[in-house]
Ligand binder design. Structure first.
Ligand SMILES: Nc1nc2c(ncn2[C@@H]2O[C@H](COP(=O)(O)OP(=O)(O)OP(=O)(O)O)[C@@H](O)[C@H]2O)c(=O)[nH]1
Ligand SMILES: [Mg+2]
Length: 459
């Protein structure tokens, strides 16, 4: 059906800017471009893979909409493997919309979210994991996550999945032959050898599943939650880590009601840093909700920064909070040190001997680098060389790998129980199906729709 259908969309963010792009893909692309584009050079032909300078004309009244650069990429050497036209115009919402209107009027239809990339997948230029990498690239907020997404786009994960698939097929073929030709005396692989080889595959799959935890940190960022009693300087700390006034800071306890989440990176580590409402007995419903949210965030934190007001010493509220953090990685920030004496600070540090403590003044930006160091040293074990191995960062891929592993485990079980070869073959076929889901070879239409709906329109 794609053959008949030509799609178009504005590919750049809407707003004022230097350049805006309208993308067209499908069999009518060239015809539409020829209708709406008037070159500055004569005679003229829209040659493939060249930039042409001219104007876009409103075909209704022949008026000029904008001065543009237009390119035509003849299939199959294009993003979608179809005929593609890209119009670079000035980026103003009216210009972009008017050009799009003309393109639609001339026979294209508005593209759905991710439809260009979906076509690229359906036409076999990239597989599903590579298409998903395109979303990851667009969403990347750190160099490390960008690097992993780029590897995936280049096919690192696909290659590993294909290698596993081929290995399973190699093991499965003689089993299937023995099922189809039971009377033939074919030298099929021994059960012992089969178990041994499946074990080897399991190890590779497990390594991929294990990479998910690390990969997740790179994709989503390690979540660092700032907690403490009201007014101790949590929002001030967030602001000083971000180097901007993101959160409201006032001397009134209970200033932060909701949570605030921002991304920062420390030595290349992506962090999601979350400021929360002060935890204390709530005085009203809003505070109660704030405390509830803060505790929720706390429960899924990878690392907690507990902020204490060193000018106030420790009270029961602080001890209660500390008690809630026993199973968490914690760094304690002793804030407002500009208000306390050296000796008071030493006493506090001694009292908190069990924890890494960093004296800071969020107001004066003292100790912020030291705090970053302390954060880094508690998460440094997540460090790995993102360039050397294959990472699974996508939950969908991880689930498919877990199912693959489970099918192979069932196949192993059938081997141990000396079940008929049909049973072994069935589970091994299932394992192939699950692996196939990662690259989109065996993925259902609804799942495809769901994946591509996460894209923006025009990608
Ligand atoms: N002297 C001094 N004052 C500070 C420091 N850090 C924060 N403050 C002040 O403490 C008050 C509370 O700061 P916030 O950052 O709003 O504290 P919070 O913990 O976010 O407070 P809630 O959102 O109400 O829980 C403000 O008046 C800040 O200016 C510091 O290092 N030294
Ligand atoms: Mg606050």
């Amino acid at each position: 059906m794609f053959e008949e259908d030509t799609i178009a969309a504005i590919a750049t963010p809407v707003g004022m800017g230097g350049v805006g792009i309208i993308k067209i893909s499908g069999p009518k692309s060239l015809k539409i471009a020829e209708r709406i584009f008037r070159s500055k050079h004569h005679p003229f032909a829209l040659q493939s893979h060249q930039l042409h300078y001219g104007e876009v004309i409103d075909t209704k009244d022949n008026s000029v909409i904008d001065e543009v650069l237009i390119s035509f990429m003849r299939k199959p050497i294009s993003y979608t493997k179809e005929d593609v036209v890209e119009i670079n115009c000035h980026s103003g919402i009216l210009i972009l919309q008017r050009i799009l209107e003309v393109v639609l009027r001339e026979g294209a239809r508005l593209a759905e979210s991710g439809e260009f990339t979906k076509r690229s997948f359906i036409n076999g230029r990239i597989d599903l994991s590579q298409a998903e990498a395109v979303i990851d690239i667009v969403k990347s907020q750190t160099n490390a996550s960008l690097k992993i997404a780029n590897q995936q786009l280049r096919g690192a994960l696909s290659k590993e999945v294909m290698r596993l698939k081929e290995a399973i097929v190699t093991l499965l073929t003689p089993i299937e032959v023995s099922i189809d030709f039971p009377e033939e005396d074919i030298d099929i692989i021994s059960f012992k050898e089969l178990r041994f080889k499946i074990n080897g595959l399991n190890d590779s799959i497990k390594a991929l599943i294990d990479s998910y935890e690390e990969g997740r940190f790179y994709r989503e960022g390690i979540s660092v939650v700032i907690v403490g009693k009201p007014n101790v300087g949590k929002s001030s700390l967030l602001n000083s880590l971000l180097k901007e006034n993101r959160a409201i800071v006032t001397p009134i306890p209970g200033t932060t009601r909701d949570f605030i989440e921002e991304a920062i990176s420390i030595k290349g580590f992506p962090l999601k840093i979350i400021d929360t409402a002060g935890i204390e007995d709530a005085r009203d419903l809003i505070e109660e909700e704030g405390v509830k949210l803060a505790k929720e965030k706390l429960s899924c934190a990878d690392l907690v920064i507990l902020v204490l007001d060193s000018s106030q010493g420790l009270n029961q509220g602080d001890y209660n909070l500390i008690a809630e953090l026993t199973d968490k990685k914690v760094v304690i920030a002793l804030n407002k040190i500009d208000l306390v004496s050296e000796s008071a600070l030493t006493r506090l540090k001694t009292a908190l001997n069990d924890y890494p403590t960093v004296p800071i003044s969020a107001l004066h930006l003292w100790g912020i680098e030291e705090l970053k160091e302390a954060i880094f040293s508690t998460i440094a074990h997540y460090r790995f060389d993102a360039s050397s191995s294959v990472f699974v960062t996508n939950t969908r891929h991880k689930i498919a790998l877990e199912r693959t592993l489970e099918s192979l485990r069932l196949a192993q079980e059938s081997i141990i129980k000396e079940m008929p070869p049909e049973f072994i073959a069935l589970d091994m076929q299932l394992s192939l199906k699950y692996l196939g889901e990662i690259v989109g070879a065996t993925t259902s239409e609804d799942i495809l729709d769901k994946i591509f709906s996460e894209f923006c329109i025009g990608k």
